[in-house]
Ligand binder design. Structure first.
Ligand SMILES: Nc1ncnc2c1ncn2[C@@H]1O[C@H](COP(=O)(O)OP(=O)(O)O)[C@@H](O)[C@H]1O
Ligand SMILES: [Mg+2]
Length: 274
């Protein structure tokens, strides 16, 4: 089935204003010296990162180190105290809500607890953003919903309610809902948390498959090292409000800092004080 094209939410156009272009060297997501605090309590300090198109970028760190906060900053749901955040080369700092919503349309967010509407069916949950943000016909929406559910291995589950689903199935539906608006970037907050190891691996496979199949850039936030290392091209460790290290999983395993090694091996003693 071919999906009807959705309007490009954030088109960067060429000289003639016709063709969407993004120079390959422009990172899809970029943070430059971003600092953020909640009511005077510093959470992130001078965080910089750059994610090229198609990369699966992992973020790990202790609970409370600011991983979810980082995703909310990228979504423009929180504003940094300092620094710049760019999505496809466009700074989102200072954008007003309508422009921010355009940028958000390019970002598919998968929340930690799937955040499905319990009173809506699976189909209605996946269709929600399409009815809200597009003028597609009912038939077109139905086709897209079926396609997205298909992609996450939930074919034919439209009529079920979230209460009838297992944790892994809810995560899949959350992913399908994020996919419905054809995002260029998928943001996953703790995709494997609360799942048994086998289902967590299935979700990892899905993240990899979607990245390969759709060419989406992915940011995966998790404290499950094994799952993160299985999917990510590069992983960033956040520690003590800062970027501790960014490298491939292999590199982190071979040459991780003391902090990284303690975290990766789950050692109770070391520079990270629990
Ligand atoms: N809405 C909020 N108000 C105040 N503090 C918050 C809020 N949300 C998160 N925090 C604090 O910010 C820090 C980072 O939180 P979070 O990004 O959720 O961590 P993580 O996702 O890595 O577990 C924590 O210390 C947390 O208590
Ligand atoms: Mg979190």
């Amino acid at each position: 089935m071919t999906r009807p094209p959705l309007p490009d939410a954030n088109p960067a156009t060429d000289e003639a204003g016709a063709t969407p272009v993004l120079a390959p060297e422009v990172p899809v997501i970029e943070l430059r010296n971003v600092s953020f605090s909640f009511g005077g309590h510093s959470v992130l300090t001078e965080v910089s990162l750059s994610i090229p198109k198609g990369e699966i970028f992992g973020v790990m760190g202790m609970s409370g180190c600011g991983k979810s906060t980082l995703l909310k900053l990228i979504m423009g749901l929180l504003r940094p105290d300092d620094g710049d955040i760019r999505v496809k080369g466009r700074s989102i700092i200072g954008l007003h809500e309508p422009e921010l919503n355009e940028v958000r349309r390019t970002l598919g967010m998968c929340f930690q607890y799937a955040a499905l509407f319990d009173s809506m069916t699976v189909g209605e949950n996946v269709a929600f953003g399409l009815y809200r943000h597009t003028r597609l016909s009912r038939g077109e929406v139905t086709d897209i919903v079926a396609d997205c559910l298909d992609r996450v291995g939930m074919t034919g589950s439209e009529a079920l309610y979230p209460s009838e689903l297992s944790g892994g199935m809810r995560k899949r539906v959350g992913i399908a809902r994020a996919l419905a608006l054809q995002p260029e970037v998928m943001l996953y907050d703790e995709p494997s948390s609360g799942l048994d190891p086998i289902v967590a691996s299935v979700i990892d496979g899905l993240i990899l498959h979607l990245a390969d199949d759709l060419g989406v850039t992915s940011v995966v936030v998790s404290h499950h090292v094994r799952n993160l290392f299985a999917v990510a091209d590069r992983v960033m460790m956040l520690h003590d409000r800062r970027v501790e290290q960014v490298a491939s999983p292999e590199e982190l395993q071979a040459n991780g800092s003391e902090v990284v090694r303690q975290f990766v091996h789950g050692r109770p003693t070391g520079p990270i004080i629990v």
